[in-house]
Design a protein around this ligand. Structure first.
Ligand SMILES: [Zn+2]
Length: 163
């Protein structure tokens, strides 16, 4: 056993990582693709450092790199003052390729207006569960249960409220 152990290819990233081998090239396109990634992930970040840190973490995860790349490395590659390592270039290509598959997952969905406590649901989040109408006959509230046995809305959870 070598010191580096690769986990089983149980994810798309791992599969791509293995299949791409050493074929990825460091080109100007790494900088371009990284800039595209930064744009894609820009939503919901407080400033550039926060965004760089997030993308650095994602790329490090893809490349199984520890310690992770730092945010200033991301920034330097993005602005073109640093030539990325081969490993980094591969991670960028893999992350971009994986993102290309994501639209398929949301292809048969539609945007729906929902109400949520502030900060609990990211705008555009993909909802996996289904909403149900509160089982209390007069109630018209629809909600998304967090448990299969949750059949009453928060207003009517207490039996005393269902007379
Ligand atoms: Zn109700």
């Amino acid at each position: 056993m070598t010191k580096t152990t690769y986990r089983k290819a149980n994810s798309l990233e791992a599969f791509l990582w293995a299949s791409m081998g050493k074929s990825a090239q460091i080109t100007i396109s790494t900088q371009q693709t990284l800039s595209d990634l930064l744009e894609i992930y820009a939503n919901g970040h407080h400033g550039k450092t926060d965004l760089y840190r997030d993308v650095a973490a994602r790329l490090s995860k893809v490349a199984r790199k520890e310690p992770a790349w730092k945010e200033d490395y991301i920034q330097a590659v993005a602005v073109g003052t640093k030539t990325p390592s081969k490993r980094f270039a591969r991670a960028v290509e893999i992350l971009a390729a994986t993102i290309d598959g994501i639209p398929a997952a949301i292809a048969d969905t539609e945007p729906v207006l929902i109400h949520a406590r502030p900060g609990t649901v990211q705008p555009g989040a993909l909802l996996v569960g289904e909403s149900v109408n509160c089982h209390y006959p007069p109630c018209m509230i629809h909600f998304i249960p967090t448990h299969p046995r949750m059949i009453y809305c928060p207003l009517h959870r207490d039996p005393k409220t269902r007379r």
